[in-house]
Design a protein around this ligand. Structure first.
Ligand code: VGL
Ligand code: ZN
Length: 199
């Protein structure tokens, strides 16, 4: 990998306990993204390049939880309670090295809106502020990995392309939910068509 560190950033999506084995919304082998991301994060840090970590950060009783007892809107998926603010499930995986991380972006904290993407919440309008932040750092190229391939990684990559960034998906540092069936394959196909490159 020949990375232009002066104009690149690494984004580590939702490497949190609830998405790892033993968590309430565990992704199969979710913890295997930790080592490759750590290695890359240290490389970025040494080069003085920004490393962004995102955190799914829901208030208790969030509207995306099945336990809220709400009928899902068209195309919406409700989830088991996960990544509740301040709980161990919302913490980063204990082996994730956060020393190289330069900013943590929390999302999904508005009670009524779910948020998969690191850039925009699921209403597709409410911004997290990440795009202007990255532009302010003169970043035009993103290396993205983490959890989950078919949700937060997918929406983050697609929004990054829409925001005009070049996007490299770290294929050895992503794992997916796989629900509904073929969602991982569909996400990978759609990202490829959108212009996301794989490394
Ligand atoms: C995620 C489902 C619900 C993710 C977050 O990080 O991919 N998936 N909340
Ligand atoms: Zn969530």
């Amino acid at each position: 990998m020949n990375i232009a560190f002066a104009t690149s950033a690494l984004i580590e999506i939702d490497v949190q306990n609830d998405f790892c084995p033993g968590g309430s919304l565990a992704v199969m082998d979710g913890d295997t993204v930790v080592e490759p991301l750590n290695e890359l994060a240290r490389t970025f840090a040494v080069a003085g390049a920004p490393v962004i970590a995102t955190q799914d950060w829901h208030p208790a009783g969030h509207s995306s939880f099945l336990s809220a007892g709400r009928k899902p809107r068209e195309g919406e998926i409700l989830w088991p309670d996960h990544c509740v603010q301040g709980t161990a499930g919302a913490d980063f995986h204990p082996k994730l090295d956060i020393k190289p991380v330069t900013i943590i972006v929390r999302k999904g904290f508005r009670p009524g809106i779910d948020s998969y993407s690191a850039f925009f919440e699921n209403d597709r309008k409410t911004a997290t502020g990440l795009a202007p932040y990255l532009r302010g750092l003169n970043v035009d190229t993103l290396y993205i990995g983490g959890l989950a391939t078919d949700y937060c990684v997918y929406y983050s990559c697609m929004d990054a392309i829409l925001q005009g960034f070049a996007v490299y998906l770290l294929v050895d540092a992503i794992r997916g939910v796989g629900y509904p069936e073929n969602s991982i394959e569909a996400a990978l196909d759609a990202m490829k068509i959108a212009g996301v490159k794989t490394v």
